[in-house]
Design a protein around this ligand. Structure first.
Ligand code: SF4
Length: 535
């Protein structure tokens, strides 16, 4: 059931409140009925919606498509978009405006292209940056009929991040919940927009508010929780060493404080019921910091997405990620995660200028030897807001390429069936060759034989089965719908996922623990002293 279609109890809450109804919509071209991870922003903006409006209607189209008849004249519709779902978002925006609603866009894509949301999505207003604080003003202005074209949400401080309204989540529709602990990343990878949009200064939430949200989710019966952070490891041992060598005491203390707060959070997570499992995103440098990995393991942070990107030194140079390791050193670093109880989802990019046909096999081999539990193999795509995109757009100025009358540099506006799969001309391989080789690496890595072999580290049969199912779902959701060329294969994949997702969701659920208490505040000394020895 989609959140916007909660039955009588939900609707009755609206009576006696403002007659303006708020809708928050997460657009998607494909609906699976069940989704892997909760779209956190829906529940955060629900929390930012003043009580006078009643509970907003939340629609996640990865579950079910929005029902236009739910939207009435005078309602306010908030639509959050990233580049991949922008076109679907614009369709919804126009539909809502035609029905007489006020339409407000937000999210990373609207932040980068506010004019587009006005011109193509029927927007009355666009929120740029973080919406947590400014959302109440947007609603008030819309109610008074004076929405501004643009609202600058900016980058708010971590203390202003709002906890999500998990009381509104349709529990049985999601496998994993999502909680954010830190926004921003100090790195500057060329293909990533995080450091340019969320900033390079880590904005880290206090452990109290993070733990409160997690306990609320565990009470509801979520035991798998994604820590939806840009980078869970914002301070490396190298950062500490450099600050110490430069005698920059202020910086050193700042870094130590951030690091100590990470340990504090992990110590509190470690006090939660032992069946609560976390997953996060982290840079490979954490492999040098086994004290940190051990704390992650104790906190039940059992998995982490690690951006490996390339297995060659040349490939890492291509994406400005020279802080990563290549070759044998890479394999050893990824194994270190596993030795310390943190299982890796390795993320690899194909189509880098230095890639050659043999790179595909070398990558598949490295992924297997490094013992990563999951892997994703994406094709190099210039995303708006990245250094790569700026470079690509500049290159394309000289000889623009239109598809269906739309410049290729606005590729998200091209109808999905006509979109190319690769955008960079490669020096030695055709786009089709790169696509086929990428698909083949997915096929091999996620063949039943290899998945079963990878699941060998899991003791219980139920958990092993869950591993196999989630591997298959992951592969269908991200490989076939992402890089398949024919629409029949895409819809077959969607059907397959829909069929598998429900039993899988049940494997991930746990009995609710309504009386679960908050773990105590951490009172033992922080590892500041321990880190000072490292510097
Ligand atoms: S790819 Fe990861 S490490 Fe690089 S800037 Fe983005 S979030 Fe940071």
């Amino acid at each position: 059931m989609q959140p916007g279609k909660q039955p009588g109890l939900f609707r009755s809450k609206l009576r006696g409140r403002s007659s303006v109804r708020i809708h928050l919509i997460n657009p998607s071209e494909v609906s699976f009925g069940t989704a892997v991870i909760t779209p956190r922003w829906l529940y955060v903006l629900a929390a930012a919606t003043p009580a006078s409006f009643g509970d907003p209607s939340l629609v996640d189209e990865t579950l079910d498509a929005v029902d236009p008849l739910d939207i009435q004249a005078g309602d306010i519709v908030g639509i959050g978009i990233h580049t991949a779902n922008a076109l679907r978002g614009y369709q919804i925006g126009k539909m809502a405006r035609d029905r007489g609603a006020h339409v407000v866009f937000g999210g990373i894509h609207a932040t980068l292209y506010p004019t587009e949301a006005h011109e193509l999505g029927g927007a009355h207003a666009v929120v740029k940056g973080d919406g947590d604080v400014v959302w109440a003003k947007v609603l008030s202005d819309c109610c008074r009929g004076i929405p501004q074209l643009i609202y600058e949400g900016g980058r708010i401080e971590a203390s202003e991040f709002l906890p999500a309204r998990w009381d509104l989540v349709p529990r049985k529709s999601y496998m994993w919940a999502s909680v954010q602990t830190v926004r921003g990343c100090p790195k500057h990878c060329s293909f990533c927009s995080v450091w340019r949009t969320d900033g390079q200064r880590p904005r880290q939430r206090a452990s109290d508010v993070v733990v409160e949200e997690i306990v609320q989710l565990r009470r509801l019966g979520f035991r798998f929780i994604a820590l939806a952070d840009d980078n869970f490891y914002p301070v490396t041992l190298t950062d500490l060493r450099l600050a110490a060598e430069q005698h920059n005491t202020h910086r050193l203390n700042e870094l130590k404080a951030i690091r100590a707060e990470r340990f504090e959070l992990m110590a509190r997570l470690a006090q939660l019921p032992s069946d609560t499992i976390f997953f996060t995103q982290i840079t490979m440098e954490a492999a040098e910091d086994t004290e940190f990995l051990d704390a992650m393991h104790a906190a039940n942070i059992k998995g982490a997405l690690v951006g490996v990107e390339s297995v060659t030194t040349e490939g890492l140079k291509d994406v400005y990620k020279e802080f990563n390791a290549a070759g044998e050193d890479l394999v050893e670093r990824l194994r270190t995660f596993r030795r310390h109880g943190v299982y890796v989802l390795g993320s690899f990019i194909f189509g880098l200028p230095s890639d050659r046909p043999e790179t595909f096999d070398a990558t598949a081999l490295a992924a297997a030897r490094a013992e990563v539990a999951f892997a994703q193999f994406v094709m190099l795509t210039p995303y708006p807001g990245t250094v790569d995109f700026i470079r690509w757009e500049k290159n394309m100025e000289a000889s623009p390429v239109p598809i269906a009358g739309i410049p290729i540099t606005r590729r998200w506006l091209i109808p999905p069936a006509l979109r190319p799969k690769l955008y960079w001309p490669h020096p030695t391989m055709s786009s089709e060759e790169i696509r086929q080789r990428t698909q083949s690496v997915w096929d091999t890595f996620y063949s039943l034989k290899y998945i079963w072999a990878r699941s060998g580290f899991i003791k219980s049969m139920r958990a092993r089965l869950a591993f196999v199912l989630i591997s298959k779902i992951y592969r269908q959701m991200y490989a076939d719908t992402g890089i398949a060329t024919d629409s029949a294969r895409v819809s077959r994949s969607a059907r397959w996922v829909r069929w598998l997702a429900k039993p899988c969701q049940r494997l991930f659920a746990a009995p609710p623990m309504p009386h679960l208490k908050l773990p105590e505040a951490w009172s033992t000394p922080t590892p500041l002293e321990q880190t000072s020895s490292a510097t």
